[in-house]
Write a protein that binds this ligand. Structure first.
Ligand code: ARG
Length: 587
């Protein structure tokens, strides 16, 4: 596999070598290289180092400059201000580095893969059985999918877990209702659509609820069902399984609409840890991490406080012997650490569950299940707000159904595509409309940092101007159209040519793809990749305005510009793929 050294890395290496030659006691001090407006890069690290070593910063900077091996890479390096370095790259190095990325036939654009990958378990896309999916589940799925793709791309071994809510006392009344209405849910999985499955579940839920509230005897029978379920009564379990299967039909239809690959074998719901619950409690109690308090098994913390500022315990087992959400999550940690051999466990879950995870992680640390070599992290996301800035609700005050949102996004996007479309058939408009609409929803979510709340504003999401996926998709499709017009299948780079300012800016940014992906993956921050891609498309637009491509001055220049176009397109394509967003060839 061809991994390419980026320009910033090769400048970094040259500066670091010059720095330790000028000041041997500096060891491997970091020259702190950044992109800069004044030159291509600026190094800010000398100032702090000079201070530390009691040297004159400008003198040290001058020493470093005189020792830098500029090779074919550095065109110009000069001291500025109190001891900064401004560095300009040669045009040749820009084009040659991009050409090396372009030549990487794995399609990875020379982005390196980890030599010793670890194992990360990622817990995301976890809706609840017999319930409608809402915007919170959308965020977990969209963010989780992108982080998963980013990590896999860097070579990490990733295990996906969809911790669906498939267990609990609410199943008592559902199962009892089914027992008394045995003709319900009597169909094969492939006989009904996701929509039908959800409406079946909804109807059963409402009917069961009504009975439960009105009929004391039904209530008693439903409660007995809970006991049967927990005892593993086969007939009860079989009915429970019907609800799970019906829900999966619905979940899979939504995930498919989201253009997301969710595999059945990665769905390990709460029920998947039932066999471990008693053992988890025993281990916690024997080690003294948890103690009995009024019959319940609890973990107390010195420094974790509830929202009212008072200390709160984590209840692992209730006084009636029942296990809850916490016991399940603690058991899941044991499974992930000891069976799946995770080094990292990421939970893509609503910030409103942060207290729960804080207590669960701290308990697992006290028990020795988590530690320096196995870490758990909640990638907490904020709330989805309506245009009015309040939590997203329908006009009637109900939670918005995810499917309705997606359908509306697709409708709007199809209208945008139809308006711009020149030579697309109805079928193509529908297909592109879906790719643009779903992409718009995903991008709006991924382009804000996860911990922030974000406004769900469809008008803004499908806008052609501004930081939207549609803007990026159009940039990509425009490049494809130019390449088609030129009949260029694989334009060759011409490193001997002098570059226009806009070509340099585009090229330098394209080369930073590898560093951006690495940063977004290690920080679990897809928004950094989104910001990078938006900037890339913007720089491309400037380049396209300033530099004629097909009408450039010489055949070499035409080809070199086509090459820049193609590198940009491939970077956009790969970057969008890491966000889980399609880039249609024509729009
Ligand atoms: N099903 C839960 C919900 O809808 C999210 C599960 C999160 N993952 C976990 N391991 N607790 O809120």
């Amino acid at each position: 596999m061809a991994s390419v050294t980026s320009l910033s890395d090769s400048v970094h290496q040259r500066l670091a070598a010059a720095l330790s030659a000028a000041l041997p006691q500096a060891g491997s001090a970091d020259p702190l290289l950044r992109r800069s407006d004044r030159a291509d890069f600026q190094a800010n690290g000398i100032l702090a180092l000079a201070k530390k070593e009691k040297a004159n910063p400008r003198e040290l900077a001058t020493q470093v400059v005189s020792r830098v091996e500029s090779g074919e890479v550095i065109k110009d390096i000069e001291v500025s201000g109190p001891g900064f370095l401004n560095i300009t790259i040669t045009d040749r190095a820009i084009v040659e580095t991009l050409a090396a990325r372009y030549a990487d036939d794995t399609g990875r654009l020379g982005v390196p893969q980890a030599q010793q990958p670890g194992t990360t378990v990622i817990d995301y896309a976890q809706p609840n059985v017999a319930k409608e999916m809402h915007v919170g589940h959308l965020r977990s799925a969209v963010i989780g999918d992108s982080v998963m793709r980013l990590l896999e791309f860097t070579g990490e071994h990733v295990v996906r877990r969809h911790h669906i809510g498939d267990w609990g006392t609410q199943f008592g009344m559902l199962i009892q209702y089914l027992e008394e209405h045995p003709h319900e849910l009597d169909h094969k999985a492939d006989e009904i659509s996701g929509e039908e499955a959800m409406s079946n579940l909804d109807r059963l839920y409402k009917a069961a609820r009504k009975l439960f509230d009105a009929d004391e005897e039904f209530k008693t029978r439903a409660r007995r069902r809970v006991v049967d379920l927990q005892a593993g009564d086969p007939q009860t379990l079989a009915m429970w399984q019907k609800f799970v299967d019906e829900s999966k039909i619905y979940f899979f239809s939504v995930f498919e609409k989201l253009d997301m690959e969710i595999r059945d074998e990665d769905i390990v719901g709460e029920s998947g840890y039932n066999d471990m619950l008693a053992e988890t409690c025993r281990l916690l109690e024997e080690s003294g991490v948890a103690v009995r308090s009024e019959g319940a098994l609890c973990v107390f913390f010195d420094d974790i406080k509830g929202p009212d500022g008072n200390p709160v315990p984590l209840i692992v087992q209730k006084s009636d012997g029942g296990y809850g959400y916490a016991a399940t999550d603690l058991s899941a940690i044991r499974d992930r650490v000891f069976n799946l051999k995770a080094n990292n466990i990421i939970y893509v879950v609503d910030a409103r569950q942060s207290l729960h995870f804080k207590m669960v992680f701290e308990t697992a640390r006290k028990a020795g299940w988590l530690g320096d070599d196995v870490k758990a992290y909640q990638l907490a996301f904020g709330t989805v707000l309506g245009k009015d800035g309040k939590p997203f609700k329908t006009r009637e005050g109900e939670t918005v159904r995810l499917v309705d949102l997606l359908d509306e996004a697709i409708d709007r996007a199809s209208a945008v595509v139809r308006e711009k479309a020149q030579d697309l058939s109805e079928e193509e408009i529908a297909e592109r409309g879906t790719q643009v609409g779903v992409g718009a929803v995903k991008y709006a979510d991924l382009s804000t940092s996860a911990n922030r709340d974000y406004k769900f504003d469809l008008d803004q999401m499908v806008s052609l101007n501004g930081d939207t996926s549609v803007y990026l998709q159009y940039a990509y499709a425009r490049i494809q159209s130019i390449l088609r017009k030129a009949g260029a299948s694989r334009p060759v780079a011409h490193p001997e040519l002098e570059l226009h300012e806009a070509e340099r800016a585009l090229g330098l940014h394209a080369d930073a793809f590898a560093a951006t992906v690495a940063e977004a993956a290690t920080e679990y921050a897809p928004h950094k990749l989104a910001a990078y891609l938006y900037q890339l498309a913007s720089l491309y637009t400037t380049f396209y305005d300033k530099c004629p491509v097909l009408k450039a001055e010489t055949p070499e220049q035409i080809e070199n510009r086509l090459f820049l176009c193609d590198v940009t397109a491939r970077t956009l394509h790969q970057g969008m793929a890491l966000l889980g967003i399609r880039t249609p060839e024509r729009l």
